[in-house]
Design a protein around this ligand. Structure first.
Ligand code: PEP
Ligand code: MG
Length: 590
């Protein structure tokens, strides 16, 4: 049912791609209606044929989109998403499951819908957010097939003829790729999450996007005026003249700042009192390397290698890993690349690795614990990383270390492999550095002991906050307690930096906190030697870094440490940064 949005209707969703756009809506929401009709014995074969033809036709559509996309250089790196969709079309559960349901006397679209529901339920039970959101790829393929079966036809997003902002229930990555950037000024969807492929693409295309709005399709109509603020996850339907004026100004200053940020791509990341703090990129998939270089990141501060292991039936062998690491190291052109060994288990689930079913996976056999148990798998990875060190500057990082014995066990395996390579005459760079992630309370408490064992620390605040505050990082019911600026976290960061400084080893931060420009001054004041973040965050953080001094940061940290609650700390930081850099830290209207 449609409820008409009144003037200045504010909606808040998840801002997945920053920027402000103002314009009219193009509503792309014509979902296929599915009938569940029983069929007779004679109808089974024709229905099976109809289903097979739909699969063939969907395959042809995807092939055509692939050809069109491959002609656009900025999108080529995302072709793998379409490959994924083609693979889903061959998925045994989807295809055979639907055929089985047809043989059990259900019409093709009903049978397919039933199987899609079962697949969705499977995805919903996966803990890992990234994998769970791959459900959207299955949904996209399912909808493509249903459109063919019900005759609704392909959605023609690529053909939207006027400049507008797209509103849809959901958008598939394939559709997002067909966007004509000169026409689509932004998009908003009912569904979607932060790490969906569509969100990743929106960022690459540089289109403001807000997803997870839940009911926007039921509130809007074609050509309704709208403002989208992708940085703050805000959408305003039917803006009043006053709101329109306000956002026009915001847009102008945002666009100006964006353009100005390009000037920061190649500038050194140095504070006003001449402290150099390299800004590095976090890398999940190899294609992010281009983004990292474009935005002026100095090498890779966190390569999450688990993404090499996802979505495949066998873990990558030594040669495949060696080639993948070498490629990144060569692209880094002499800048360091921190390769983290497999951080699997807990909220990152790889079905192929037969992880045990655990009651409490976040505290179970994850990360280094898993690697030390599955020693063979671990050794293959270490060999590949060491061999790749001949292609560039490698730093090896071990995740979720909670005690000295663990890092010693890792080093023993590392040195054994090194001796093996020496014996075999295989080349590698013996000057690699060894580091650990500091992400458990025990690691913080014994940071001075751990510092004697390694060359650097990298603080993983995503997990550190979860374990320190006893708040599941993926549980929305306790999200209000997940406070990066909780006094306990500030103290944990400070204690770790102090232990690293005392032992004269480097200390970096690679959790999401590092990419938040609002925190840059605090992190500088705490004494971090480098920050590693999502590549797109680098210019913004650099802009702040180049306008503040380490001394100011230290004074701010001293003040913050006197405060008692996370809220007090965040208000103090908002205030400080708003005063220092008002153009960057203006608040949204709501
Ligand atoms: C962290 O925990 O902060 C981190 C960087 O690692 P991940 O998010 O991969 O667990
Ligand atoms: Mg972590």
């Amino acid at each position: 049912m449609k409820i008409k949005a009144t003037e200045d209707t504010y909606l808040v969703g998840i801002g997945v791609s920053p920027g402000i756009s103002i314009g009219e809506i193009s509503l792309v929401d014509q979902r296929p209606m599915v009938d569940f009709s029983p069929i007779s014995d004679e109808e089974v074969d024709p229905e099976l044929l109809r289903f097979q033809q739909a699969i063939d036709q969907a395959g042809e559509q995807l092939q055509k989109i692939k050809q069109a996309v491959s002609r656009q250089p900025h999108l080529r790196e995302h072709l793998y998403i379409l490959d994924t969709h083609q693979l889903i079309l061959e998925d045994e559960m989807l295809v055979e499951g639907t055929k089985k349901a047809i043989r059990e006397r259900l019409n093709a679209e009903g049978a397919l819908t039933q199987i899609l529901e079962q697949l969705r339920a499977l995805f919903d039970n996966i803990d890992d957010e990234y994998l769970r959101e791959r459900r959207s790829d299955v949904d996209a393929v399912g909808e493509r097939l249903l459109r063919i079966l019900t005759g609704v036809g392909e959605r023609t997003i690529g053909k939207i003829g006027r400049k507008s902002l797209v509103v849809a229930h959901d958008l598939s990555p394939a559709e997002t790729m067909q966007f004509d950037r000169s026409k689509i000024l932004g998009f908003m969807t009912d569904k979607g999450g932060r790490t969906s492929h569509t969100a990743i693409l929106a960022r690459s295309l540089d289109i403001p996007a807000v997803v997870g709005l839940e009911s926007i399709t039921s509130l809007v109509s074609e050509r309704m005026p709208v403002i989208i603020d992708g940085s703050n996850g805000v959408v305003i339907l039917n803006p009043s003249a006053e709101t329109f004026k306000e956002y026009l100004q915001r847009k102008q200053s945002y666009d100006y700042l964006e353009q100005e940020l390009e000037n920061y791509f190649d500038l050194p990341s140095v504070t006003t009192d001449q402290v150099r703090i390299p800004l590095r990129a976090n890398l999940e998939i190899a294609s992010d390397m281009e983004q990292a270089k474009k935005h002026g990141a100095e090498g890779i501060g966190l390569y999450r290698t688990e993404f090499l292991y996802l979505g495949r039936s066998e873990p990558p062998d030594e040669e495949e890993q060696y080639l993948a690491y070498c490629k990144i190291l060569r692209q880094a052109e002499g800048a360091s690349v921190t390769i983290r060994t497999l951080d699997i288990g807990g909220d990152k689930f790889v079905p192929e690795l037969n992880l045990a079913d655990e009651d409490n996976p976040a505290m179970g056999l994850r990360a280094i614990r898993f690697s030390l148990q599955e020693e063979q798998l671990f050794k293959i990875q270490i060999r590949a990383i060491l061999r790749a060190s001949s292609c560039g500057r490698v730093r090896i990082l071990f995740p979720m270390i909670s005690g000295v014995a663990e890092i010693r066990a890792c080093k023993k395996i590392l040195y054994d492999i090194q001796a093996q390579l020496d014996q075999e005459g295989v080349s590698y760079d013996p000057n690699f550095s060894i580091g650990i992630m500091i992400e458990t309370p025990s690691a913080v408490m014994i940071a001075s002991l751990l510092a004697k064992e390694v060359d650097f620390f990298s603080i993983g605040t995503n997990d550190l906050i979860q374990y320190f505050l006893a708040v599941d990082r993926g549980n929305e019911h306790v999200a209000y307690l997940y406070e990066p600026l909780h006094p306990a976290i500030l103290r944990a960061l400070k204690a770790t930096c102090e232990a690293a400084n005392a032992a004269d080893i480097e200390v970096c931060i690679c959790g999401e906190m590092a990419g938040e420009p609002l925190y840059t001054l605090v992190l500088v004041g705490l004494g971090f030697d480098e920050l590693s973040m999502n590549p797109a965050c680098v210019p913004r953080v650099k802009r702040v870094l180049r306008q503040v001094s380490k001394q100011d940061g230290e004074l701010l940290v001293e003040k913050l440490l006197l405060l008692s609650t996370g809220k007090e700390v965040s208000t103090a930081i908002d205030h400080e940064m708003g005063e220092r850099l008002p153009d960057l830290f203006s608040q949204p209207l709501i």
